[in-house]
Design a protein around this ligand. Structure first.
Ligand code: CA
Length: 235
C-alpha cells in the first residue's frame, strides 16, 4: 500500500462536497469533509491532510479566517473554491496565503489540475532544495524517500519491512505532531482495523533497532507514553 494524498474538503453544501469527493476519490486521493470552519480546524490538526480545498462561505465563519490561521503554523497548501468571483476576493485570499483560487462552477479537469499543482508546489518548497528533494523527508541522518518507499540512514537503506516503512512514512508526513496509536492503526490498516497497540510496539522496536543509534534513547521517533508516537521535525 502506498500512502495516498489526503485532501480535506471544507464545504457546507452537500451536493458540492459530494461532487468534489467523487472526483478526487476516483483519481486516487483520500478525502475527508468538514462542513463548518470549526470542524475544519479540528480535522486539520487530527488528520494531517496534504491539501485543503476550501469554500469561503461557511455557516460559522468566513473561510478567509481559516486561511489566515492555518498560515500561522503550516505551509499546508490551500486551494480556495468559491462562488465569489470578484477580483478583490481572489486577491484577498491569495494575500492571506491561499495557494490558488477556483471560482464556482468549475469542472472536474480544472479541479484536478489545480490540486496536482498545489500539492507539487508544496513538496518542492518544503524540500527546500527544489527537485532534488521532492518527495523526501529529511531529519539529520534520516531520510524518508517517498518515491522509492525507502528509509535511509546516512544514505544507507535501513531495510525496513513494508509495515515498518508505512509507520515511518506516516509519522514523517505529520512530523512534529503526536499521532495516537489508534490513528496510526486506522490509517495503515483501515477504519475497521482491529489491530492492537502491541503490533505497533513490536514494529516500533524493530524500526528503532534499524534507524536509531541507541534505540533506548531515540533521536527520530519519540514515544508519548500512553498516547502515541511523534517524528522529530524535519530539517
Ligand atoms: Ca458555502
Amino acid at each position: 500500500m502506498t500512502i495516498r494524498d489526503k485532501i480535506l474538503v471544507v464545504e457546507d453544501e452537500k451536493s458540492i462536497s459530494s461532487f468534489i469527493r467523487a472526483i478526487l476519490n476516483s483519481n486516487g486521493y483520500d478525502v475527508i469533509v468538514a462542513h463548518t470552519g470549526s470542524e475544519a480546524f479540528s480535522m486539520i490538526s487530527s488528520h494531517c491532510p496534504d491539501l485543503i480545498v476550501l469554500d469561503l462561505g461557511l455557516p460559522d465563519m468566513d473561510g478567509m479566517r481559516i486561511i489566515e490561521s492555518v498560515r500561522q503554523w503550516t505551509q499546508l497548501p490551500i486551494l480556495v473554491v468559491s462562488a465569489r468571483t470578484h477580483e478583490r476576493d481572489k486577491v484577498e485570499a491569495l494575500d492571506r496565503g491561499a495557494d490558488d483560487y477556483i471560482t464556482k462552477p468549475f469542472g472536474a479537469a480544472e479541479l484536478l489540475a489545480r490540486v496536482r499543482v498545489a500539492i507539487r508546489h508544496t513538496r518542492l518548497s518544503l524540500g527546500g532544495d527544489g527537485l532534488a528533494n521532492a518527495g523526501r523527508f529529511v531529519a539529520g541522518d534520516l531520510t524518508i524517500d517517498y518515491d522509492k518507499h525507502q528509509v535511509l540512514i546516512a544514505g544507507e537503506n535501513a531495510h525496513l519491512t513494508q509495515n515498518e516503512y508505512k509507520i515511518v512514512a506516516l509519522l514523517g508526513k505529520c512530523a512534529g505532531k503526536v499521532l495516537t496509536y489508534d490513528f496510526i492503526l486506522k490509517e495503515l490498516w483501515g477504519p475497521q482495523s482491529r489491530g492492537s497497540n502491541q503490533i505497533l510496539r513490536v514494529n516500533m522496536a524493530n524500526i528503532r533497532r534499524k534507524i536509531e543509534k541507541n534505540p533506548a534513547e531515540p533521536k527520530y521517533i519519540f514515544t508519548e507514553i500512553g498516547v502515541g508516537y511523534r517524528m522529530v521535525e524535519g530539517d
